[in-house]
Structure formats: C-alpha cells, structure tokens
Ligand binder design. Structure first.
Ligand SMILES: [Zn+2]
Length: 275
C-alpha cells in the first residue's frame, strides 16, 4: 500500500491511495464518515426562550454547529470510566448562552456560546436565531463525542469521496479535431498545445466522464484511437474535507486505526471459532 499526498490545505486533503482494492477504499471512506468521533452539542437545557423559534429547532441548530475536537483529551461517554449519565470533564464539555434584545433586533451567533474548555465552535459566524425587541434566550448546553452513524452532526467530514486514479493517453497524430476535444472536457483536463494542438494539462482533474472520447474523431480509424481514458482499479484519489473539527489528516489516521482494530477483532473471533 502506498499513500501520496497531492494537496493539503487547512481543512482539506487530496491524496492517492495505491495498491488496495475497491472494498478497502470504501471501508476507509465509510470509517471516516461514520465512525471517527467528533464533538457536538447533544443536550440543551432551555432556561428561557421567547424567540420566534421553537425550543427544539434551536436545539437542533445548536447540535449542527461543528466544534473543535481534541481526541487526545476527550473520550466517548460509553468508554469513559465515570460511567455516569451526566458525564465528567473527560467525556463532556459545557457551555452557556445568554442573549437579549432590548429595543434593536439582535443576531445570535455561534460566537455567543461561552465555555471553559478548549471545545469551541470552528466558526463564530454561524447564525442561531434573530431576537426581536424584548426577546431573550438563556441556555445551558452540553457537548459530547459521538459517531456519524448515530447522527450526522457527529460526522467529522463535510465531504469524503474517492475516484479511480485517471490515466489519460493521447495520440494527437491521429486526432482530427483537437479543439473540440479540449472544449468537450468539463474538467479542463486538456490544453491547446502549439506543437501537437492538444496536451494533457491536469490528468488528476479527469472524472472519467468519457465526453472527450465520444467527441474525438480519428483521422484514420484503423490506427490507434486518439484519446484513451482509463481508471486504475487499484489506485484511488481521495478527497477529504473536514468540518473544521480536526485536521483532515487526523481523520484519515483515526479511520485507519478503527479499521485495524476491527480487523484484529475479527481475526480473534475467527481464531476462537476454530478452537
Ligand atoms: Zn466521563
């Protein structure tokens, strides 16, 4: 197995995963989406709410705010040794939220959440509710680690997808209509070339849509077809975009740890079954 990172930004990662099969790539994707834990608000105590939004709508909105997650400090409530329904400082983070409009309307944002731990919203600009004159909101909130398979608010990724590694082969000598082929590609894979009239600009951008192949007209149909697109079935280009809760790189690492644990468990079970 081989991993090559193509591009890494604050919250996104594009990498090549080579020498694995389709099942493995999909297992990794699913582990990232559904099993890597992240923090989300799960309990909201409404002390006062006379805004236009119902209590449950506000609670739902609060649950969907992505929070900075530190997997080295916090543990899943079911794995915490406190075994308490109320939780402790290792499995729960608390916040308060107080906002009021006196005479001018007031927008309540995620930055109004006040807490004592390092668990904070990834952005302070997420709107929660708009308060009209004499409306008030007073809440007590509790966040905990959870998994995407239980509720999408715990999904650490906002995008997680892969495609086969594209391979584009050009034979410009036998291509009658290079400008049309360049134009046909929705992903701008090709570029005009002074010598061959067409060249590959960005092979990775190819989505294997085959529009270029359909458009290509060979000069001599007996010779090699001018455009060939193939997807490598043992190499995958992954794109992982974190919600901001933790770096994408960490999400990939955590997902592979989860897969490893599952494989070891399965091996143990098989061994026991055979004994
Ligand atoms: Zn605990």
């Amino acid at each position: 197995m081989e991993i090559k990172i193509f591009e890494e930004k604050d919250n996104s990662l594009r990498f090549l995963l080579k020498d694995v099969n389709h099942s493995y790539a999909n297992a990794l994707r699913r582990a990232m989406m559904a099993e890597v834990p992240s923090m989300a608000i799960d309990d909201v105590i409404i002390i006062e709410n006379n805004s236009v939004l119902y209590d449950e709508v506000i609670a739902h909105r609060l649950g969907l705010i992505p929070l900075k997650t530190d997997l080295d400090t916090f543990v899943l409530p079911e794995e915490c040794d406190c075994k308490s329904e109320l939780g402790c400082s290792k499995c729960r983070a608390s916040f308060t939220l107080e906002a009021e409009s006196v005479d001018e309307p007031v927008n309540v944002y995620s930055s109004d959440l006040k807490g004592e731990s390092d668990v904070v919203p990834v952005s302070g600009n997420i709107p929660i509710v708009k308060l009209g004159p004499s409306q008030r909101l007073k809440l007590e909130l509790y966040a905990k680690l959870g998994r995407g398979l239980e509720h999408a608010k715990w999904q650490p990724v906002s995008a997680c997808a892969y495609k086969y590694m594209p391979r584009v082969t050009l034979n410009p000598d036998n291509l009658a209509n290079p400008p049309e082929v360049i134009q046909a590609c929705p992903a701008d894979v090709y570029v005009a070339d002074p010598e061959n009239k067409i060249a590959v600009r960005d092979e990775l951008a190819c989505t294997l849509c085959m529009d270029c192949v359909e458009k290509a007209t060979p000069i001599d149909s007996k010779k090699t077809f001018p455009v060939k697109i193939e997807g490598d079935e043992n190499a995958f280009v992954f794109y992982v975009e974190s919600t901001g809760c933790m770096p994408s790189r960490r999400i990939v690492a955590e997902a592979s740890k989860i897969l490893e644990k599952k494989t070891v468990n399965l091996a143990d079970l098989v061994k026991k079954g055979l004994e």
